[in-house]
Design a protein around this ligand. Structure first.
Ligand code: PLP
Length: 295
């Protein structure tokens, strides 16, 4: 059966002390229109979002996603979300999720409706796309120039690099360009040759015994999946590091993955048409961990 769920939220101020926010929620039919045509999220992509993986009814890493939602809100001058209200909205969505299988709960906080009211917020729930092939066979990626040097995030904070905004048209265009070049996905690099992130995922490399991911100061989205996996790897005694990674290091990586909340860990099988070994056993271990209940 297809899971589709939608809940409109009347956003409460961050310091609203209520413990029960049920009165601020309205469950609506996910198959019928529910947004105003004046929505600035649809007109301008002016808003922020989160995608939370749901496994067998359990929403994964809720606290980390809410922390990042608040981070994005600060970067975008949106009202800071009330954490308890959003936690309850996520719980309401997850309560309706199938007890078996993978889903996704999306949180959206929009600038609102032109001429008010503002902001608007809602949560949706749906079945996840099937990523089993990508997790098992791997994905071919190409590097794409993001067209900005590594000083741009600090020099031009209004570009909102590092916020999870609704403006993903560029990210989707990069994936289409990757497909035109015969690959499955892309890794953005800065114009001065630093590895950044994929359009919808974080990059993790294995360099010898070390697991390395791009430093978060380079204007990338801090990934909740990468963070969770690094904590797990560290707890197993592995060395993990955040580094400035030159694009040349990709060719020397012993293994590479794209990781994100719904796809989980997809091993990279080729970078710019050069094959790279897929470690099936390690990837399966990553995904067993990522599919286990995580808070
Ligand atoms: N980087 C970008 C640009 C993304 O869009 C995403 C997820 O959609 C990620 C990284 C990975 O983040 P997470 O692991 O929290 O899903």
């Amino acid at each position: 059966m297809t899971w589709r769920f939608a809940l409109l939220i009347e956003p409460a101020p961050a310091d609203d002390p209520r413990t029960d926010f049920a009165a601020t929620f309205e469950v609506v039919d996910a198959a019928t229109p529910a947004l105003s045509v004046g929505e600035l999220s649809t007109q301008r992509g002016d808003g922020i979002f989160e995608s939370i993986g749901v496994v067998d009814g359990h929403p994964q890493e809720v606290a980390a996603h809410l922390e990042r939602l608040a981070h994005s809100a600060r970067l975008c001058d949106l009202p800071i979300p009330n954490v308890e209200q959003w936690r309850q909205a996520i719980a309401a969505a997850a309560a309706e999720a199938p007890r078996v299988g993978e889903g996704v709960v999306k949180l959206i906080l929009s600038r609102g409706i032109e001429h008010g009211p503002t902001p608007t917020a809602w949560v949706t729930g749906a079945d996840a796309a099937d990523f089993r092939g990508a997790r098992e066979r791997g994905i071919r990626i190409v590097t794409l120039d993001r067209g900005l040097d590594s000083g741009a995030p600090a020099r031009a904070p209004w570009l909102l690099l590092g916020a999870k905004t609704l403006s993903y048209a560029v990210n989707m265009a990069a994936i289409r360009e990757a497909r035109r070049r015969g690959a499955d996905d892309a890794i953005f690099v800065s114009s001065d040759g630093i590895v950044l992130e994929a359009p919808t995922a974080s990059v993790i490399l294995r360099l010898g015994d070390r697991f390395v991911t791009p430093a978060h100061d380079g204007g990338i989205l801090p990934g909740t999946t990468q963070l969770s996996l690094f904590e797990h790897l560290a707890s197993l005694g592995h060395e993990t590091a955040y580094e400035t990674i030159p694009v040349a290091a990709l060719a020397e990586a012993d293994a590479a993955w794209l990781v994100s909340s719904v796809r989980l860990a997809a091993p990279v099988s080729a970078i710019d048409a050069a094959p790279i070994a897929v470690d099936g056993e390690l990837t399966a271990a990553f995904n067993r961990y990522l599919l286990s209940p995580r808070d």
